[in-house]
Design a protein around this ligand. Structure first.
Ligand code: ZN
Length: 232
């Protein structure tokens, strides 16, 4: 005539249900003397942990419910199980907190790093073409290769001898026909100590490492001069 449903499978309720049942039965029967010997430590620990492997019909439960020694030990064990669970939960919370703080710190570092890269001063590069042969279109020539980093570059070009003053379009292109423009800038040549120099800011951050061409086009000439360029 148990009032507790046998189907109740929630482990959390089992111990409370068991206590109520034992208490009720003891009161009804007027019996308070424990029957049989005290069960071993493992069994008591199972009770304290509300082990599902212990049947509520186990006669040792009846003993434990009526034995002051067993009851005291079970209560002490339950207390330690509770604080153990609390410590575990606190430990997990602390681990989560550390992980969250770590993630935030990493994101801040990433953001800071990205901003630092974005606001980084352009890299100054000078390309001296003074003694370099030039060629128009696809006519090959004896050319030195120019190397530039995949970055924001402040490019100063010493134009080849006999270059005209005036405005130049400087471009980095995929091929020597002017196709696939990676970056370009308009600039005016300055005559410095007899050499025509142009200075232009070009953004090569999106360029993949490889072979390109650097071209200069004079405003009135319109024909571009191409120089092999290596982006690293
Ligand atoms: Zn006992």
């Amino acid at each position: 005539m148990s009032l507790i449903g046998r189907g109740s499978s929630r482990a959390e309720d089992r111990f409370e249900a068991w206590l109520k049942r034992m208490h009720r039965e003891r009161v009804l029967s007027g019996e308070s003397e424990p029957v049989g010997a005290c069960p071993n430590e493992a069994f008591l620990r199972g009770l304290a942990r509300r082990s599902k492997s212990i049947s509520l019909n186990d006669p040792r439960i009846d003993h434990a419910a009526n034995c002051q020694n067993c009851m005291n030990r079970i209560l002490a064990m339950r207390q330690s199980v509770r604080s153990e669970r609390k410590r575990l939960a606190l430990g997990l919370s602390a681990a989560c907190l550390v992980a969250i703080i770590g993630a935030i710190a990493w994101l801040q570092y990433e953001n800071h790093h990205r901003q630092a890269v974005a606001t980084a001063a352009p890299i100054s590069k000078t390309v001296d073409l003074w003694n370099t042969g030039t060629y128009r279109g696809e006519r090959p020539g004896q050319l030195q290769s120019v190397v530039l980093p995949a970055a924001q570059v402040r490019l100063t070009i010493v134009l080849p001898q006999f270059s005209s003053p005036g405005q130049y379009l400087v471009a980095v292109t995929r091929d020597q026909s002017g196709n696939g423009v990676i970056a370009e800038g308009l600039t005016t040549a300055d005559d410095i100590k007899g050499q025509e120099k142009v200075s232009v800011a070009i953004d090569l951050r999106s360029a993949k490492a490889g072979a390109y061409f650097l071209s200069t086009t004079h405003e009135q000439d319109q024909a571009a001069y191409y120089y092999p360029l290596q982006i690293e």
